[in-house]
Design a protein around this ligand. Structure first.
Ligand code: SAM
Length: 239
């Protein structure tokens, strides 16, 4: 069988260990050295993280809930999850990203000393998401599907669903909107397309992939800013 991710995966990994790491660390950070487009993406992405936190906590407290953050980047989601008491496994294909996420988590979390209550440091692992195993109450995968062509997306979604016991949240750049956006901003589009290919996905395709493995979409969200578009879906076992 063809390897999931294929040749693309090596390119993506290399990008997120080098120039992509520097670029996205800046965008996902808080420093002022970002341009207008990057600032807009930062804002859009932070809204996605907020939406995820809301979708998750609306179902109940996260204290003690196991969550896998697949493709964790610099830890933008893993850290707030840990703050809510979730037991987080944060994995990324890029060792540079994982190291940054761990550094930030140690700085930002007031960790439990083992005697008092408090957040637990996420478990950080350098792994592509196809190599993840185990079972988690919740699996979240934000803005990673953009690196997967449609031919690999179904397998990726099926794998993430197999790790999740109760819910799976995935965000992705929606296909329909994209073409309008492209027309409006042309080559300005600041996605990872600058160095790697960016793949858009239609919501219907994602829904079909989930359905194939017995999952249904329970909640949907959409984050749009000027330069950032992300569809968020929360899927649960169909019955
Ligand atoms: N999920 C994070 C967030 O929303 O803050 C980071 C999003 S960033 C646009 C995409 C991340 O996906 C990068 O950190 C990249 O290294 C990771 N990634 C890409 N392909 C991956 C794969 N096959 N397995 C695991 N991580 C991957």
């Amino acid at each position: 069988a063809e390897e999931v991710g294929g040749g693309d995966k090596e390119v993506v990994k290399d990008y997120f260990n080098k120039s992509g790491f520097e670029r996205w660390k800046k965008i996902y950070g808080e420093t002022d050295d970002v341009n207008r487009v990057q600032r807009d993406i930062r804002l859009g992405h932070s809204k996605t993280v907020e939406n995820v936190m809301k979708m998750l906590t609306d179902e109940g407290p996260l204290q003690g809930v196991s969550v896998c953050d697949a493709g964790c980047g610099t830890g933008c989601l893993a850290i707030p999850l840990a703050k809510e008491g979730a037991v987080v496994t944060a994995a990324d294909i890029s060792a540079a990203m994982v190291a940054e996420a761990e550094k930030q988590a140690k700085e930002q979390l007031k960790l439990s000393n083992g005697f008092s209550a408090g957040p637990v440091l996420p478990k950080f692992v350098v792994k592509d998401l196809e190599s993840l195993d185990g079972k988690y109450d919740t699996v979240v995968c934000l803005d990673v599907l953009i690196h997967y062509p449609q031919s690999k997306a179904d397998g990726m979604i099926a794998h993430l669903a197999s790790l999740a016991e109760n819910r799976l949240l995935i965000s992705f750049a929606p296909k329909t909107l994209y073409y309008d956006v492209l027309k409006r901003i042309g080559e300005l589009f600041p996605g990872p397309s600058k160095a790697t290919r960016a793949y858009l996905h239609s919501e219907a395709d994602v829904e079909r992939a989930l359905k194939k493995v017995g999952w249904r979409i329970r909640k949907r969200g959409l984050t749009t800013t000027q330069f950032y578009f992300s569809r968020l879906v929360e899927a649960v076992p169909a019955n």
